[in-house]
Every structure is written in structure tokens, then in C-alpha cells.
Design a protein around this ligand. Structure first.
Ligand SMILES: NC(=O)c1ccc[n+]([C@@H]2O[C@H](COP(=O)([O-])OP(=O)(O)OC[C@H]3O[C@@H](n4cnc5c(N)ncnc54)[C@H](OP(=O)(O)O)[C@@H]3O)[C@@H](O)[C@H]2O)c1
Length: 280
């Protein structure tokens, strides 16, 4: 498995399996299938309500724990730092492991400084091999870096051919924070799976639009976590390491960038209210 090195030396696989919106009743089967087809990184979150099932899948899969890369994300409803620390212990319990490989603050809402301090504590205690953020844009990202002890190793942002995050990449490079892609196939929006440009580039290599779109990201060292409940599509999405897009193709795909911020604007008060009101 190809990896990239995070700012603390930990190696993160370039591809993993995403579990958002995987029904908890189907999660154990899906994660097992994903591991069987070769995924070694699994992305979950407290909010996805499937950590327990991810834990069952990884603990019984026969792959040694140290060969897996497990990510979870902390939600914003745990009160103070102690409450957040307790929630991290609960996540580890559900995941049936005594450490995760990467622990993220899920959203830049609530008391995310307290959440991040609890992550720093968990990191110092060996409960996670790296810590980072998710959905932190612009000034919020810079301010958190400035006011923290541990520089975030990762910022997981919506990143795909339509949202290439060029502005944030420059910000992240300044602290050597790795951009990681969620929604690497744009959740199918903008006709991603039938996109004419991705299709015609793919024909040159015998690859599908999803493989071209994922390859575009990993070829730039951006780890991706495509989600599928279907084993054929899981396999398709994994098969992106046996071809290389040439410079002309990369340039054409760069031209597909239409909305650098992605589909969710974390500076939008209406969106913030929607997220925050789910939990408080
Ligand atoms: N940090 C965050 O706030 C955040 C937010 C969202 C997501 N994430 C993480 O990122 C992961 C991936 O993002 P995502 O699930 O939102 O979107 P995505 O991976 O871009 O797209 C998933 C969608 O594409 C379909 N699909 C997958 N492979 C396909 C293929 N080869 N051909 C046709 N359709 C295909 C899936 O349907 P089927 O399942 O039916 O195949 C599903 O509807 C999540 O699962 C989660 O782990 C993080």
C-alpha cells in the first residue's frame, strides 16, 4: 500500500474506506468486504453511529491491528475537555482497540479548542498515533494551529475534481498539515460517475471516471477515503495504483475545479445552525 508521511513521521495510506452513511446494520459486512479487497485504512466517526460495527469487523478480520489504519472523529456534544476525553475512551471501547491511528475534530463548531486539547492529551497518552482536524477552513484553521501545542497532522476537507482546495492547500503547506480528501468522488454530484472529461481520459488507460478522479488526488499525495457498500465498486475504487495520469490529463482535470470550498460552506450561518442544532 502506498503511503504519505505525516508531519509527525506516521505513514498514512493513500487510500482508505469511508463509512459515512453506511447503515450500522450493514457496516460490519462492508468493512470486512473492504478489508478483503485490500483496504487497510478505515474512516469512521462518533457521529456515524457505526464505530461498534467497525470495531467488530476489524477485531475479527484476521489482519494484525498494526497493519490497519483506523480513523475516528470526535463530535461536539461532550461538554468540557474531560467529557471529550471520556468520549474518546468510549470510541476506543466501541472500536475494540486501545489506540486509533488518527483522531480528528469533526467540525469547527462548539468548543473545538477544548476538543483539540483533549485530542492532544490522548496523543500524549498513546491513545492515537496522530491528531488533526476536519472541515477547518481559512482563519479558523490558522488560529487553531497558532493556539495549539501539537500542529495538526491532517485536515480532512471535501476534496475532489470539482473542489480541489487550492487555497487551503497553500494554508496547510505552511504548517506541513496533510490535506486528506472526504467525498473524493463528490458524492456522485456534478454527474461525476458519467462525466465526459473523466470518461474520455479514462478510456486512454482502460479506467472509469471514479478511478480517474481518485487517481488525480492520490497522484498529488492526497489520501482518499471513497465509500461504497458494493464490493465491485469498492474493488473498482481500489484499483488506482496501476496507471499514471500524464501532465496533459492532470492539466485538463485541474480545469474541472468549479467550487473550491466544496458543497458545504462552513462559514455559512445557516449551515452552522443546521449542524449545531442537531446536537445542542
Ligand atoms: N469529515 C467529514 O466531515 C466527512 C464528511 C463526509 C464524508 N466523510 C468521509 O469520507 C467518505 C467518503 O465520502 P462520501 O461517502 O461522502 O462520498 P464519496 O465517497 O465521494 O461518494 C460515495 C457515493 O458514491 C457511490 N459510489 C462509490 N463508488 C462508486 C463507483 N465506483 N461507481 C458509482 N458509484 C459509486 C456510493 O454509492 P454505493 O455505496 O451504493 O456504491 C455513494 O453514493 C465518507 O464515507 C466518510 O468516511 C467525512
Amino acid at each position: 500500500m502506498e503511503t504519505v508521511k505525516l508531519n509527525n513521521g506516521v505513514e498514512i495510506p493513500l487510500i482508505g474506506y469511508g463509512t459515512f452513511k453506511v447503515d450500522p446494520n450493514d457496516t460490519e459486512r462492508c468493512v470486512r468486504d473492504a478489508i478483503n479487497v485490500g483496504y487497510r485504512m478505515i474512516d469512521t466517526a462518533q457521529f456515524y453511529a457505526n464505530e461498534q460495527q467497525v470495531g467488530s469487523a476489524i477485531s475479527g478480520c484476521g489482519i494484525p491491528r498494526e497493519e490497519l489504519f483506523l480513523i475516528t472523529k470526535v463530535w461536539m456534544n461532550h461538554g468540557d475537555e474531560k467529557g471529550v476525553s471520556r468520549s474518546i475512551d468510549e470510541s476506543l471501547h466501541k472500536l475494540k482497540t486501545d489506540y486509533v491511528d488518527l483522531l480528528l475534530v469533526h467540525h469547527p463548531f462548539g468548543d473545538y479548542y477544548a476538543i483539540y486539547r483533549a485530542l492532544e492529551k490522548a496523543y500524549a497518552e498513546g491513545k492515537t498515533r496522530a491528531i488533526g482536524l476536519s472541515n477547518f477552513y481559512d482563519a479558523r484553521f490558522v488560529d487553531l494551529v497558532y493556539h495549539s501545542e501539537v500542529v495538526p497532522a491532517v485536515n480532512q476537507l471535501e476534496t475532489n475534481v470539482f473542489s480541489q482546495q487550492n487555497f487551503m492547500r497553500d494554508q496547510l503547506n505552511r504548517s506541513n498539515t496533510c490535506l486528506m480528501s472526504w467525498g473524493p468522488m463528490g458524492q456522485g454530484k456534478n454527474d461525476f460517475f458519467n462525466h465526459q472529461v473523466l470518461k474520455s481520459i479514462g478510456e486512454k488507460y482502460g479506467k472509469t471516471p471514479s478511478q480517474v478522479g481518485l487517481r488525480f488526488l492520490i497522484q498529488q499525495g492526497i489520501p482518499v477515503i471513497p465509500k461504497s457498500v458494493n464490493v465491485q465498486r469498492m474493488t473498482e475504487n481500489m484499483n488506482v495504483f496501476d496507471f499514471m495520469l500524464d501532465d496533459a490529463d492532470m492539466e485538463i482535470i485541474r480545469g474541472l475545479n468549479i467550487n473550491d470550498k466544496g458543497t458545504r460552506d462552513f462559514n455559512d450561518p445557516i449551515y452552522a445552525e443546521k449542524i449545531v442544532s442537531q446536537v445542542f
